[in-house]
Design a protein around this ligand. Structure first.
Ligand code: F6P
Length: 358
């Protein structure tokens, strides 16, 4: 009998259920009734607290298109994993304990960067781990793409499209804040796909005077509005020169809830045109996975089952040139994948006159 645990950890995204389904269906195909699948509730928290349930094949039916995660999720910061807090709980010991109590042959972990670091830690502690890369941020090294990303691009693009019509009607400029944490993948794709005039990314620090100049030029050229797609992690040239600590302090002291409000206030002092702010927020992580993600999740899930059959562990299932391949967790854990500033997309965007505020 094979016994496989599965959990989803960190911020949710589209495709988690599609990937869970992919793993489960491929395991049942491979091992028939010689496999038991245990769903761990709410990510690593469930592993720490021993909160799990034996799943049935029916649990995995009808979930391909379902948003969120049937297993629940939680954020359990990696930095705290090896720290025994006030509750006196040794989290790593407990996680190993749950794994051993269930006599698992493998644990499949669906999550982003933080989740991956803990997955690597568990692998180093002797657990048989397979990681599937999920996040709308697309910031995981060792894979060309993460699931959730393409679905979020569709939503963020729809926001930019929708804002275009109202911006045209009123002749207003709009600052649209796009998720993506410390990287600009989502903003770059949605900005280009939605026809933004200015795209601001964490990878390219912006100059506020330059942005004001671009907006004024467009106004002079008779354009009624400008759309700015702004990554939530976008930073100014001044901020890029600060240490991490200084930046954190400056952000904490800032009167603005997020970056678009700060840019809005600064632009208001420089241009006369009306500006509005739009923050779609967690809406970008919600709802059904797009077709691309459904296919990707099915591929990743099937590959995870194959690796379990081959007893190949301590890996992430990455996608490289369209192929799903095992990538050692020790090689990629903790490595952020940022947007290369000279990538094709940025070059193409510049060639058609999109400004990056630099
Ligand atoms: O990592 C996914 C993500 O949606 C980021 O884009 C965003 O910065 C963060 O999670 C938001 O986290 P939370 O769901 O904890 O508010």
């Amino acid at each position: 009998m094979k016994r496989v645990g599965i959990l989803t950890s960190g911020g949710d995204c589209q495709g988690l259920n599609a990937a869970i389904r992919g793993v489960a269906k491929a395991l049942y195909e491979n091992f028939g009734d010689k496999v038991e699948i245990y769903g761990i509730q709410d990510g690593y928290r469930g592993l720490i607290q021993g909160n799990y349930r034996l799943m049935r094949p029916d649990d995995f039916s009808g979930i391909l298109t379902l948003g969120g995660t049937i297993l629940g999720t939680s954020r359990q910061p990696f930095k705290q994993m090896s720290v025994i807090g006030e509750d006196n709980v040794d989290k790593v010991k407990n996680m190993k304990g749950t794994y051993q109590k269930l006599k698992l042959n493998a644990l499949v972990v669906l999550g982003g960067n933080g989740t991956q670091k803990t997955a690597n830690l568990l692998s180093e502690n002797g657990l048989n781990i397979i990681h599937l890369p999920k996040t709308i941020d697309n910031d995981i090294t060792g894979t060309d793409v993460t699931f959730g990303f393409h679905s979020a691009v569709e939503i963020a693009t729809a926001v930019v499209d929708g804002i275009h019509t109202t911006a045209t009607s009123h002749g207003r400029n709009f600052l649209i804040e796009v998720m993506g944490h410390k990287v600009g993948w989502l903003t770059l794709s949605a900005g280009i796909a939605g026809g933004a005039d200015v795209i601001l990314l964490p990878e390219i620090p912006y100059n506020i005077d330059k942005i004001a100049e671009v907006l004024q030029e467009r106004q002079k050229a008779g354009k009624r509005f400008s759309i700015l797609a702004v990554a939530e992690g976008a930073i100014s040239v001044e901020e890029s020169q600060m240490s991490k600590k200084e930046l954190k302090k400056a952000r904490a002291a800032s009167p603005y809830p997020s970056v678009v409000y700060k840019i809005n206030a600064e632009l208001q002092q420089r241009i006369s045109n009306e500006i509005r702010v739009c923050v779609p927020g967690h809406f970008q992580r919600g709802g059904s996975p797009c077709a691309y993600d459904r296919v990707l999740c099915t591929k990743l899930g099937a590959k995870a089952a194959e690796l379990i059959a081959e007893e190949k562990f301590g890996v992430m299932v990455g996608v490289v040139n369209g192929q799903t391949i095992p990538v050692p967790l020790s090689e990629v854990a903790g490595k952020l994948k940022s947007v290369p500033v000279n990538c094709d997309e940025i070059q193409a965007a510049r060639q058609i006159g999109i400004s990056f505020g630099d």
